[in-house]
Structures are given as structure tokens and as C-alpha cells.
Design a binder for this molecule. Structure first.
Ligand code: MN
Length: 287
């Protein structure tokens, strides 16, 4: 099932080229138990919600996907986890040009560790990446995003994939330079998630998906998730030794070679096999 948020915070299910409004299913959600944090309510209750969504779907109204504004498919993630240098060819391009990338971090993913992106940076596919530091390089990074489905810590690799609610396309937008990643990758609009969440049951093998990113029609990044250095199951096992993972937490699983600059006026076209595609505009002042 492809689940999205659209227009005025409406819950949708995407079937072929149409979005079906299943907002009424939200009535099945339990009340949030503030101040206890239980993760994103929809993701946390997805198994129960799906039954209600299936019941509503045959009579739900629909609109063309092209006519709706797609919001982030996870409304309130507790955290966005980033995995650095997780494709060998990207490691090599970063090592070739430390002046553009950063000489602050060295070593592989195990040496560098994970990082976090601010939730306030999160947007959906129909919003634009807004460049507010045009004097600095902003790079695109297409990534497969895994969305955690349950509260876990210290999970084993064998259990890890069963903790995933679904997958989305992510753009880990990045200002290059010497500052900490938590600044350079957390500017407003610098975390794009979309176009929807594909539930995990629809992805037979998350380690065999083609990823493709074009800018203004020109191919920049193309790979397959089989090329990851650290696979998603190990990422979850490792992340859960540091962080308790909650429903709705997003793991951006790393980018491949071909990262490059975008400027105001560009359009990024990102696609991942079995998930979908999204066109994301870049706005802001020109440098
Ligand atoms: Mn990244």
C-alpha cells in the first residue's frame, strides 16, 4: 500500500495515478498520550489503520496524483538518522575532492558513525528545496529511506527488517563545507521525503532497488541499493545500539556517487524502483 499525506493534511492511498482520500480512517487512531512520546501516530498504528483504510477505499473520493500537493509521508518523525559514506564510489569521489566535500571526517561508515538531521528540515515531494545560503554549494544526495514501524532497541540484524514499516525516496540535501553535519544537512527544506510511504510488504528486497536522480533532465546519480557498504539490516542493528528507534523514525541509508550542485531554478527528478518518482523544485536566491 502506498500511503501519503496530501493537500490540507489529508491521509491518502495512492493506486495507479490517483490519490484516494482515506482521512476518515484517522478516527481509528488512539488519542496521543502526551507527554509520553510514542512515535508518529499513523506509523505506530499502521497495522490497525490498514484494516480501516481497506474498508474505506472502495467508496473514497479520489484526485489525480498530479493535481495534489504531496506532504512528507511521515508527519512527525521522532528523528531522521543519516548514514554517511555508504557507497564505495561516493567514498572515492569525496576523498578525491576534500576541498569541496569536507576534510573534517575521515574513515568509513563505522569510523564516522551516524548523524541526525533536524525534523524541522523535513518537506514533502511537492514542496521546494529553498536555498538560503547561495554563496555556498548545496548538493543533492538521493537515498533510499527506511521508516521504522515499532519501538525497538538493540535489535539483531535477523530481526531488523521486520521493524520497518515502509520505504520512501529521500533527498539528503547538503551544504558542503567544514561545519558539523547537523548544521549543513538540517537547513529548512533540506530533508525531502516522498512521494509516499510504500509499505514494507510491497518491497521484496530493499537491497536490490534501482535509484536514479536527474537534475533538469541530466542524469547525476544512478545506482542500485545492492551497492551499499552497510546494508539496511545492519544499519538498524547498529543504530539501535545508540538510539531507541520509534515508529516514524526515518533512516536515510546513504547516497551513491554523482552528488553535485543545485541552484535556484533547478528541478530534481528522483526515482526508486518499486517506490515511485518525484519532481522537486529548487527555489531561493541565486548566488
Ligand atoms: Mn546522505
Amino acid at each position: 500500500m502506498k500511503i501519503c499525506w496530501f493537500n490540507n493534511n489529508q491521509l491518502g492511498v495512492v493506486v495507479n495515478d490517483r490519490v484516494y482520500d482515506v482521512t476518515a480512517a484517522l478516527k481509528a487512531l488512539p488519542a496521543p498520550s502526551y507527554p509520553e512520546f510514542t512515535g508518529d501516530l499513523v506509523v505506530a498504528n499502521l497495522p490497525a489503520l490498514r484494516a480501516e483504510i481497506e474498508r474505506l477505499l472502495p467508496t473514497a473520493s479520489s484526485e489525480a496524483v498530479a493535481d495534489v500537493r504531496l506532504l512528507s509521508p511521515v508527519a512527525q518523525p521522532g528523528k531522521i538518522i543519516g548514514v554517511p559514506v555508504n557507497y564505495q564510489a561516493h567514498v572515492e569521489e569525496a576523498q578525491r575532492d576534500v576541498a569541496i566535500f569536507t576534510n573534517r571526517y575521515t574513515g568509513g561508515v563505522k569510523e564516522q558513525g551516524l548523524f541526525l538531521k533536524a525534523n524541522s528540515s523535513l518537506i514533502g515531494a511537492s514542496d521546494a528545496v529553498n536555498i538560503t545560503m547561495p554563496e555556498r554549494l548545496t548538493h543533492h544526495e538521493i537515498e533510499l529511506a527506511a521508516i521504522i514501524g515499532k519501538k525497538v532497541s538493540n535489535v539483531t540484524q535477523a530481526e531488523a527488517l521486520s521493524c520497518i514499516a515502509g520505504y520512501s525516496i529521500a533527498l539528503d540535501m547538503t551544504v558542503r563545507g567544514p561545519e558539523d553535519r547537523s548544521l549543513r544537512k538540517s537547513l529548512d527544506t533540506y530533508s525531502v521525503l516522498g512521494p509516499w510511504l510504500v509499505t514494507a510488504d510491497e518491497i521484496a528486497d530493499p537491497q536490490n532497488l534501482n535509484l536514479h536522480l536527474r537534475v533538469n533532465g541530466e542524469t547525476r546519480q544512478i545506482t542500485n541499493s545492492s551497492q551499499m557498504i552497510m546494508f539496511i539490516a545492519e544499519q538498524i542493528e547498529w543504530a539501535s545500539t545508540f538510539y531507541t528507534l520509534y515508529p516514524g523514525d526515518v533512516i536515510m541509508t546513504g547516497t551513491c556517487e554523482g552528488v553535485g550542485p543545485v541552484v535556484a531554478g533547478d528541478t530534481m527528478h528522483a526515482s526508486i524502483e518499486s517506490i515511485g518518482e518525484m519532481h522537486v523544485k529548487v527555489t531561493g536566491s541565486k548566488g
